[in-house]
Design a protein around this ligand. Structure first.
Ligand code: SF4
Ligand code: SF4
Length: 316
């Protein structure tokens, strides 16, 4: 496993970051021990970087995985939607407690959109800067699906790390295309920001092209690490192999090929109906203002995800 330093933070991370969202209650909802053992398996195979968020409710898995491995050098990144000083202070202290650690490596603002949302979070950023000075956190981050937020964060010295959405097809980019995002990331790197990208396989929608998807982000010199959601030891085995430039063992490939997957429509669906129109097999319909999938009709082609403006549609 290759390790890189995140921008100017001095924090050294594996290029493969374990995205914990997939094991938690919002997606696979694995029991605590099973989920933690999958993260621990990743740690035992070279991953030293775990991505979490208050929203994901995955702190117990992360804590238990660290207990299982007995490691005290695992880099944790998490974030919240808090925008006030006091709200962020409370959340950081709660996260320290929930994770059972003395400090959190990277703590940030979840889902920033542009300079205006960043300005709206200035009090929360002020607290995070103080928490950094006190040693409660080591770096301040933002996560974003938007090019405008990456550009805006470049010039903010308080922001150390950017966690942008990037994949070969641009699935989920809120305000531009792949080239726009690549160019913003390149600028951010020049400003000394640490970059760890998210959604390299477009929320599972690009799984059939996973090798070219990983190559696309791994070959980019501006990306220090890439968060990938994983929910089984087979996925960890395959992803570690691909990140190390090796072939995936045929038995692992076969296991993944036969893994039963399903379409997930996230709760923030706004019922615009674009996905319903895009699905040619009639697997989607609107019910009470939300898109609902008929799993028996869905072929998991992922086409509907390319038209969703809210990045609600995932294959898990
Ligand atoms: S993944 Fe394909 S088949 Fe399934 S709902 Fe979307 S467009 Fe329809
Ligand atoms: S395209 Fe996205 S937001 Fe619109 S109805 Fe479908 S899932 Fe919901």
């Amino acid at each position: 496993m290759e390790y890189r330093t995140l921008g100017n933070t001095g924090i050294k991370v594996s290029r493969l970051c374990f995205g914990s969202l997939t094991i938690g209650p919002l997606q696979s909802n694995l029991n605590l021990e099973d989920g933690a053992r999958i993260i621990a398996y990743g740690i035992e195979h070279g991953i030293n970087f775990i991505d979490a968020a208050v929203l994901y409710k995955t702190f117990p898995y992360v804590r238990r995985a660290i207990e299982i491995t007995g490691r005290n050098d695992i880099v944790i990144s998490t974030r919240s939607y808090d925008y006030t000083y006091e709200g962020m202070k409370k959340t950081v202290n709660e996260a320290l407690c929930a994770l059972g650690v003395d400090y959190i490596d990277i703590f940030g603002l979840h889902e920033q959109e542009d300079i205006y949302t960043l300005k709206g979070h200035s009090d929360a950023i002020r607290y995070l800067s103080e928490a950094k000075a006190e040693g409660k956190i080591r770096a301040v981050s933002i996560s974003t699906h938007n090019v405008a937020a990456v550009k805006a964060a470049c010039k903010m010295p308080e922001i150390d790390v950017i966690h942008p959405l990037l994949n070969i097809k641009g699935i989920g980019i809120g305000d531009g295309n792949v080239q726009d995002m690549l160019s913003a990331i390149e600028t951010a790197k020049k400003w000394g920001k640490g970059i760890y990208s998210m959604k390299p396989i477009g929320g599972g929608n690009l799984i059939p092209d996973i090798e070219s998807c990983f190559k696309f982000v791994l070959d980019n010199p501006n990306i220090d690490s890439i968060a990938v959601g994983m929910q089984s030891k087979y996925e960890v085995m395959a992803n570690v192999a691909l990140f190390e430039g090796k072939s995936v063992p045929s038995d692992v490939k076969e296991k993944l090929r036969t893994t039963k997957r399903r379409l997930l429509i996230d709760y923030w669906c706004e019922g615009c109906g674009r996905c319903v129109k895009r699905c040619s097999v009639g697997a989607l319909k609107l019910v009470n203002g939300k898109s609902v999938v008929d799993q028996s009709k869905c072929r998991l082609c992922g086409y509907c995800s390319t038209v969703c403006p809210q990045f609600c549609i995932k294959v898990i």
